[in-house]
Design a binder for this molecule. Structure first.
Ligand code: PLP
Ligand code: COI
Length: 355
């Protein structure tokens, strides 16, 4: 019993151990969780939000019957804070994350977290943890994860009357390293149903992508691409990013589908692509028409813009521009987007929000 107590105490100590900034190797951050000094927490009960704020507590405690543990009432967001050359810090279109989280919450029959408070809370978390925003030029960023869960104890399948909104932040390197093309396969599984929760950023969509992703990795792929769940004919998206392709005549195409996440990176790239004369279109992209595409890539907060080197469908491998080098259109879109985010390229759209 004594040993058991010692181990429990040690475990508690280790769980509580906060990340020391001096122990970080900025050029090798990976994409992992580190327990930073400050998080944000706010609870919803008795029909209203209870004035949350910064907290040093990074552990959440729920009833064993909490709604989200059984019936999945959970929504989340992913965003980044970027270090500028002048040492300042930028957020990228944070009000769009607030908006999307409200839409996700609606689909999951959850309460909305007020959008203006969302942006203020994100800024507060970044400011409080600012020494953890990786240096300019390191390729890293502070990843911010706002989320909301239904916490009421329920047995029947009903929405919760109580919620916790929480934000943590963690320094990350590139999710997919640099502009290195990666091999993907088309999955036979679906991540979301046709009229399901594909447009919501909710845990279940990611849970359903875990097995297909492991299977793809076992076969040597970086991950998988999903087809539309109704007909399995058109490209939908990756498990954590939207898809784009560049046609032979230089047009930027990205899937139009009601089962994909409305990506903020995608919306931004559609605008950039328009200004670069790529005549961008959201359209259905048939998986049988891959020969029309000379470049392809993944777009998202974590992925930024990441070239797809090849796509294997039903055992047949299609190589896009190159399996080792990014294509010129991909490179230019990346340079513009990341340049705006880091503050090196003029932000004529008003997307960047200094912290
Ligand atoms: N699609 C999925 C399934 C995602 O998880 C993400 C990441 O958030 C994206 C697309 C890209 O969205 P965003 O550009 O808003 O990060
Ligand atoms: C993001 O890009 O923020 C994501 O959520 C993708 C993935 C890490 C789930």
């Amino acid at each position: 019993a004594y040993q058991c107590g010692l181990i429990l105490n040690l475990r508690r100590f280790l769980l509580m151990a906060k990340q020391d900034v001096k122990d970080l190797d900025w050029s090798n951050l990976g994409f992992t969780y580190r327990d930073l000094p400050y998080s944000y927490n706010e609870e919803f009960k008795d029909g209203k939000w209870q004035n949350g704020g910064l907290t040093t507590d990074s552990t959440l405690t729920f009833s064993e019957a909490a709604e989200d543990l059984h019936y999945g009432q959970e929504v989340f967001e992913g965003m980044k804070a970027y270090r500028r050359k002048d040492g300042g810090i930028n957020l990228f279109r944070p009000s769009m994350n607030a908006e999307r989280m409200a839409n996700s919450a609606k689909r999951l029959a959850m309460v909305e977290y007020p959008k203006d408070k969302f942006v203020e809370a994100v800024k507060a978390v970044v400011k409080a943890n600012q020494e953890f925003v990786p240096p300019y030029g390191s390729g890293g960023a502070l990843y911010i994860r706002p989320f909301m869960v239904g916490t009421q104890p329920v047995v029947g399948v009903t929405p919760s009357d109580e919620y916790t909104f929480h934000i943590y932040a963690t320094p990350v390197g590139a999710y997919i390293k640099g502009l290195t093309p990666m091999p993907y396969m088309v999955s036979e599984y679906d991540r979301a149903a046709g009229a399901g929760t594909g447009q919501a950023k909710t845990a279940g969509n990611y849970a359903s992508s875990l097995l297909p992703s492991i299977l793809a990795k076992k076969e040597g792929f970086a991950g998988c691409l999903y087809l539309d769940p109704r007909e399995h004919k058109y490209i939908d998206e990756f498990d954590g990013a939207n898809f784009y392709g560049i046609t032979k005549d230089g047009q930027f195409l990205t899937p139009k589908s009601d089962s994909i996440l409305p990506s903020i990176t995608k919306k931004s790239i559609l605008q950039i692509a328009k200004d670069q004369g790529l005549n961008p279109q959201e359209a259905r992209i048939a998986i049988d028409d891959l020969d029309d595409l000379v470049e392809a890539g993944a777009m998202g907060t974590a992925a930024v813009i990441s070239p797809v080197g090849s796509l294997t469908y039903k055992g047949k491998k299609h190589v896009f521009y190159s399996e080792t080098k990014p294509g010129p259109v991909t490179q230019k879109l990346y340079d513009t987007l990341f340049g705006i985010q880091e503050g090196d390229v003029e932000d004529k759209y008003g997307w960047v929000v200094p912290v």
